[in-house]
Design a protein around this ligand. Structure first.
Ligand code: ADP
Ligand code: MG
Length: 683
């Protein structure tokens, strides 16, 4: 019998080579697969006659194959040209480098073919469309409907995932037993869980898809609210550590005076809020939010210093090796006059210290910290940088590394205050709402394709100008292909790098970083960039967060339309980190006016929260961007800025919390644990 917890490996339809790949997508059980919602839908619902097709339209046609030819081009490419026809006319269908299709598209075969009508050479054509055999009496599956598209990974296509999920959906009845009482479903206009799973994968309309998704989002918020209602009923454990701020004010002042800059008022204010928390006997749980470049690191450094004065240790966790190392370097500089020692731990590297970390003030590292034995008794403060990049589990297990420690999470992701307070009433929020003095707005331009060459020339001039007051450097961010940095992303980035290096900028020094490099390779390249030995750093989008390089003044972003505005803002924040004039060039090959308009808001707005609001308003149903914009706080489906849904789910939580029967439902209990931020359990 197949149940939700059945491992995928036990399903006949999944071969062993797939298991590893699916695991990369986080898919290990039947439940994972069923709850793996599409990121968007292809609208192939309209079945049309060939004669009625218009350019730019997306449609499905039912056709018979007339002819198949392989065309070999001079450049070594192979083009497959298939001629298909219905009773209204004929149409070319074009594929590239898929000679094996000859076996499928044999003359006389009936197929459903779906895609967007484009011009190829001069004729209308379907280029690399979706297709499937027509079976009389059976509804089409990959065409002729709203077709779900899933986040893919190397070797696992949407088509494959779609087929497996469809098989599962026919086998499992009921999929999940509903845990919400019918009157709640009715009151809040929710689908049953069963319906929601079905309709999220195979909706009849985008409206239906949206409604299905609403159920998943509602449930997520509900879990968070219920957890926070229960958390309030328990008295938090007393913290064994209380910072005596008064005693150390003088020393802290000296530390701040010795910094190479004066703190902004906002930095001072949040530092005060944080130290006030740390002098209480319940552990701090505070989120420090500050726009990109607002100077969160120095605030972290100051409280680490304070903790060291109190003879306790801190842990600082960052999401990437590059960022962890940067923090190590920054803090080494800040702490040098005081003789504070720092330990450094990543997956590949561990600085030499004794196992008790005796003289160490702060342990800096990546999630590799989670697998280290740390001297928990002495750890009084844990700081998570770029917290939105960590999963809930990682965030909760890092807390276990201290003795009921103070927790400071830092993020540049803007979360409106009202949302934060409604959603996390037990979380305190500090906001750095100003940038250091003298920062200039980063001049941002959406660059049309025909100006690409001019842009390259301009970049060359800027970065090779020996007369500039200080050297300038540029980032070029390669197109984002998929969320997990698979080989195909890396391959594309490497190709782009070679092209830039050999054809566009043969006279300049370029480097390439991507997630698949070894850590010492990454460090080496980044080090060379930091020291000014490279003019241009080509990078994939996932390695970017937090990097702080003062001379980098230009960032060029390829295929900008694939990012949400918040992500573009994060990327843009890699430049303009000093007082030099800086530039952000956004490239897109799309000429869709809506896309251009959206990108142009980057020219207008320079504040993260404004951009996030704009994106939220404009984002249509079912349209998600590649990287989760609000992966923060462990939400898989819901949008953290969706205040209306947050509010109604809160009301529902209050109504439901007293229902003992419901609260004992095993399914609900499991979900509650998943969304628990305050971890009491050992991970
Ligand atoms: P983020 O908040 O994005 O993590 P960082 O902490 O990396 O930003 O700070 C960005 C840059 O601004 C760093 O180079 C840092 O040294 C500098 N900085 C931080 N605070 C100030 C300040 N008050 N005045 C001038 N520069 C500052
Ligand atoms: Mg930072």
């Amino acid at each position: 019998m197949i149940g939700l917890k059945t491992p995928i490996r036990e399903l006949k339809m999944v071969g062993p080579s797939y298991l590893v790949k699916l695991k990369k997508l986080g898919l290990e059980t039947v439940e994972d697969l069923l709850f793996y919602l599409p990121s968007r839908y292809l609208n192939f619902a309209r079945i049309q006659k060939i004669a009625g097709l218009r350019e730019g339209e997306t449609a499905t046609v039912l056709v018979t194959v007339r002819d198949f030819v392989n065309i070999f081009t001079k450049s070594g490419k192979k083009i497959q040209k298939v001629t298909v026809a219905d009773d209204s006319g004929s149409l070319p269908v074009i594929f590239f480098n898929q000679t094996y299709l000859q076996k499928i598209f044999t003359p006389g075969v009936k197929l459903m073919v779906a895609g967007q009508i484009k011009r190829f050479i001069k004729d209308y054509a379907l280029i690399a469309p979706q297709y499937e055999f027509y079976k009389s009496g059976e509804a089409p599956f990959h065409t002729g409907r709203l077709v779900p598209v899933y986040r893919e990974t190397e070797g696992v296509t949407s088509k494959w995932i779609r087929t497996r999920i469809a098989v599962l959906l026919t086998k499992l009845k009921p999929l999940v037993s509903e845990f919400l009482p019918p009157q709640i479903l009715k009151k809040y206009g929710l689908m049953t869980l069963n319906q929601a799973v079905l309709k999220a994968h195979f909706p009849k309309s985008l409206d239906e898809a949206q409604k299905a998704r609403k159920r998943f989002c509602f449930d997520e918020f509900l879990m968070i609210h219920l957890n926070s209602l229960f958390a309030k009923q328990i008295n938090p454990d007393k913290n064994k550590f209380v910072a005596d701020i008064v005693k150390h004010t003088e020393a802290l002042n000296i530390f701040l005076d010795n910094l190479p800059f004066a703190l902004t008022d906002a930095q001072k204010r949040v530092l005060f809020e944080i130290t006030a928390d740390m002098s209480k006997d319940i552990p701090m749980n505070r989120l420090l939010q500050g726009d990109v470049g607002s100077g969160k690191t120095v605030v972290a450094a100051a409280i680490i210093y304070l903790i060291s004065l109190c003879k306790f240790k801190s842990v600082l966790m960052a999401p990437t090796e590059i960022l962890a190392r940067q923090h190590f370097q920054t803090l080494t500089r800040f702490f040098k006059p005081y003789g504070l020692k720092i330990a450094f731990i990543t997956g590949k590297e561990k600085s030499k210290t004794d196992n008790n970390y005796k003289d160490i003030a702060v342990i800096i590292g990546t999630h590799a910290l989670l697998h280290q034995k740390l001297p928990a008794e002495n750890i009084a403060l844990i700081i998570i940088d770029e917290q939105q990049r960590f999963g809930v589990r990682q965030r909760s297990s890092i807390r276990q590394k201290g003795n009921n420690p103070h927790l400071l999470s830092m993020t540049a992701t803007p979360i409106p205050r009202t949302v934060a307070l409604t959603l996390y009433s037990d979380l305190n929020l500090s906001v750095i709402d100003e940038l250091p003095q003298g920062r200039k707005k980063i001049k941002t331009f959406v660059v049309p394709p025909e100006k690409r060459q001019a842009a390259y020339n301009w970049i060359r001039n800027q970065v090779s100008n020996k007369n500039a007051p200080s050297p300038q450097q540029a980032f070029i961010i390669c197109p984002f292909i998929e969320e997990s940095e698979t080989l195909s992303t890396v391959r594309a980035a490497s190709q782009e790098y070679l092209k830039l290096k050999n054809e566009i900028f043969p006279d300049l020094k370029l480097g390439l970083v991507h997630g698949r490099l070894k850590s010492d390779e990454k460090d080496e390249i980044l080090g060379r960039f930091r020291q000014g030995h490279l003019n241009i750093l080509v990078a994939t989008p996932v390695v970017e967060v937090g990097i702080d390089i003062k001379n980098a003044t230009i960032i060029m972003i390829e295929a900008a339309e694939r990012f949400g505005l918040s992500q573009l803002h994060q990327l843009r924040g890699r430049v303009g980190r000093d007082n030099q004039e800086s530039f952000c060039l956004l490239f897109t090959e799309k000429d869709d006016p809506e896309i251009i308009e959206r990108l142009k808001t980057m020219e207008k707005y320079h504040i993260g929260i404004k951009l996030a609001e704009y994106d939220l308003k404009k984002r249509g149903p079912g349209q998600l961007y590649g990287i989760h914009q609000h992966g923060s706080l462990g939400l898989k489906y819901a949008d953290i800025t969706d205040l209306p849904l947050i509010k109604i789910s809160k009301q529902a939580a209050v109504e439901l919390a007293g229902d003992k029967n419901l609260m004992n439902n095993p399914y609900l209990q499991e979900k509650l644990l998943q969304y628990k931020i305050e971890a009491n359990s050992q991970d």
